[in-house]
Design a protein around this ligand. Structure first.
Ligand code: HPA
Length: 270
């Protein structure tokens, strides 16, 4: 995948839209794109050399349209390392967004809670992540024109945006937890012992996406907002083992709140 060529292809299909905000929609959260008006849809399959996403609950297309008068680009369907995509692929996708003019990336995901008091259906604002010793999307030669070799991750989830979103959640009367997302590469769910370990290490929720995108986004100089929809308690913290079907079913529980919150954020701030 040559990012300049990919960006050119997408640009030629989105005509007059000039989105500055992109939203990556997680498992079971694809409905958000229905809120866009005058939308056009570009299946990933129609973009030469673009990877295909093949996870149930992920549609596999760009949807570009307007929300509150602002141009927004949605990725309905994302790429996980557990599908076999090379980590650098995630970097290429984020750099493609950057070349399209995107300045802010909103990442959403379905995640397992590491706290019984943060139940399924909750929203968790991601304040930080833990992902040492996992495949990094920046591994490989670095082209300084896109970003630094050693990016600073101290404000990966932009503090200013987190403050804005907390204020909006309070206005909307939406309970918003805030915590650290632990990246577990997947695709298997965690063992009970691993969940205990993640709790001890300071994780608040666990999931198998988002972090590679956020690392690439920080490297590319994008501002980031990340929100998890809690779909289950981690393995061993609930009576039944977590499953992908449970993830998809429960994503809808928090999905409606997430749509309202992000939509209001776009209206007020994006
Ligand atoms: N673990 C990993 N990924 C997840 C989970 C989980 O419990 N729930 C939703 N995505």
């Amino acid at each position: 995948m040559i990012i300049e060529d990919t960006a050119r292809q997408i640009q030629s299909k989105i005509a007059t839209f000039k989105p500055k905000t992109a939203i990556i929609l997680g498992s079971g959260l694809g409905e958000f794109a229905n809120a866009l008006s005058d939308a056009i849809s570009i299946p990933y399959a129609e973009i030469k050399d673009f990877p295909q996403s093949n996870v149930k609950g992920h549609a596999g297309k760009f949807i570009i349209g307007k929300l509150h008068g602002k141009d927004i680009l949605c990725m309905q369907g994302r790429f996980h390392l557990y599908e076999g995509h090379a980590p650098a692929r995630i970097n290429e996708i984020i750099l493609t967004l950057k070349l399209l003019g995107i300045e802010k990336l909103i990442v959403t995901n379905a995640a397992g809670s590491l706290h019984p008091e943060m139940p399924a259906g909750s929203l968790m604002l991601i304040k930080d992540h833990i992902s040492l010793n996992t495949p990094n999307p920046l591994i490989g030669p670095d082209d300084e024109k896109y970003g630094p070799r050693f990016p600073d991750m101290s404000n990966a989830y932009t503090a200013e945006i987190r403050e804005q979103i907390k204020a909006l959640a309070a206005q909307l009367d939406i309970k918003l937890y805030e915590g650290t997302y632990y990246y577990s590469v997947g695709p298997c769910f965690e063992t009970k012992a691993e969940i205990k370990m993640l709790q001890m290490l300071g994780g608040d929720a666990v999931g198998s996406s988002t972090v590679p995108e956020v690392i690439a986004a920080v490297h590319a100089g994008l501002k980031v907002l990340g929100i998890s929809v809690i779909t289950n308690l981690g393995t061993g913290l609930q009576a039944t083992p977590p499953s992908h079907q449970e993830t998809l079913t429960n994503a809808a529980l928090g999905g409606e709140k997430l749509t309202r919150l992000i939509s209001t954020y776009i209206k007020e701030a994006a």
